[in-house]
Design a protein around this ligand. Sequence first.
Ligand SMILES: Nc1ncnc2c1ncn2[C@@H]1O[C@H](COP(=O)(O)OP(=O)(O)OP(=O)(O)O)[C@@H](O)[C@H]1O
Ligand SMILES: [Mg+2]
Length: 567
Amino acid sequence: MAKRKAAAPKEDAAGANPNEPFGAISDGRVNIGKSIDLKEVESILLRLANRHGLVTGATGTGKTVTLQGLAEGFSQQGVPVFCADVKGDLSGVAEEGEMKPWIEARDKAINFKQDFRASPVIFWDLFGEQGLPIRTTIDSMGPLLLSRLMDLSDAQEGVLNIAFKIADDEKLPKLVTLENLRTLLEGLAARAETLTTKYGNITKASVGSIQRSLLVLQKQGGDHFFGEPALKVDDLRKLTRDERGYISVLAADKLMESPRLYATFLLFLLSELFETLAEVGDPDKPKLVFFFDEAHLLFRDAPKALLEKVEQVVRLIRSKGVGVYFVTQNPLDIPDTVSRQLGNRIQHALRAFSPLEQKAVKAAATTFRANPAFDTEKAIMELGIGEALVSTLDEKGQPSMVQRTLVRPPNARVGPITESERDKVRAASPVNYPQKADDNEKVQARLQQWADGAADAKAADDDEKAATKTGSGRSSRSDSFSTTVGKTFVRTAMPIIMRLLESMLKSLLKRGGGGFTGFGVADTGGGGNSASKGKSKQNQPHNEESECVPFRSIPEERGILGGRKRD
Ligand SMILES: Nc1ncnc2c1ncn2[C@@H]1O[C@H](COP(=O)(O)OP(=O)(O)OP(=O)(O)O)[C@@H](O)[C@H]1O
Ligand SMILES: [Mg+2]
């Protein structure tokens, strides 16, 4: 088959016989290992590496080692890589490897030309401890992902959408920190009555719940993450002078303590890449390869609306030249709609004791093009450590026949690096971000002014209402008739007029089939993702149920996942 008879590594004799040693890369390919009959080198074609991939297998079967080998190969081929270091054992990619009995044995078994070398690495860390701090702004993340981050109910998500809309309408500065968002919400609560008329129901209970979720997020380290200078995603696509791709390694051991933060953050990075990169179709090699380790966290309990968005991002980011490789233990963790898009597949051993595990094995087996030489399902259970079933896209873009494969060892160190080694790598980083976030005082002061103004306005309004009730004060019966009629009009007729205008506007937009359908009130017919969010809704106190529904679709001025589009 064309794929496997492909050119041997440049440094090797091209078209070499199967016994010829092979290296980590070949012309236009990243090598995975050798088929168990030792006849063919299994590899990923660089040209089709943006057709995504999947690495699965039970714990301890060799997923991280496989991922490291791939990352090194892509880097060597001039492709920048992003990956999360979930257990700390991927950091070794920054140091030259050393011989170990299992490496020696595997090298010999498959005639792999071991070439110990370090890969160029940039360390990142949301908490700024083990690498460059990664920050973004509340505004860039947008309400959809923030809602996911805070596990908000539909009603609360609706209120958060409104908060963003109001910030835009009132020309408030772009929100940067969690504190900024908190202050905006304070102002929202203070003006709830007036704003409800214009935007839909805003209950204080919902605002209060969001505020509490903000506190939780803060405790998880959210304060580290929201601030400026924000990450420039181009910094994830750096090349060395000799044109090797930097491997961005995100320290994720501490981050994994907040799985939702981890998964949402990685999804946010993907959406940022999507917004930032230009359309390239199918490039000769990817602009970036993105490994999404512990991918089940992205999909677990995710509302349907978000799953649809993830599916869309994965589908569309391909033409921006980004290959996404999901890494997870159970292939069933990946929803069908996403799984179907993953062209390059590496399946390590699965256990099949429980019925659920047996189901996973069956499902995994059906995703491969069968090889008459063996039973796929049986093979998945028999695979040894560092062995995998491999099927990648061939020259024609078709999945190759599945091959039982002995995965080659990496060239860099397998296992963690020391603190001092990490310090050295960090000192040589080609990019830099300050440890301390920029001062946010100006933005905060402006928002505070707005929130205080709202509070003052409300206090004055309350005074006025009290005075009207007791028949004293400025708003006494001695008020002119026109003033009284005017106020009555504003309080009773205006909301009706506003709703009328709103529904007119909506039907106009619907007819036009436009993107943004606005912040609805319940009379627009429910729907949205409320059903899928039933679970979180059930957890909400009854009085938070509001008529407000979240975005039916994301406004055009916002990006694919609702974040601010890059200017
Ligand atoms: N290609 C390989 N050839 C030989 N041995 C391997 C290979 N890959 C992994 N191993 C052995 O298996 C061990 C575990 O591998 P690895 O850490 O990659 O597993 P894992 O699937 O990532 O585990 P976990 O799910 O616990 O993270 C390695 O330390 C090594 O001893
Ligand atoms: Mg691992």
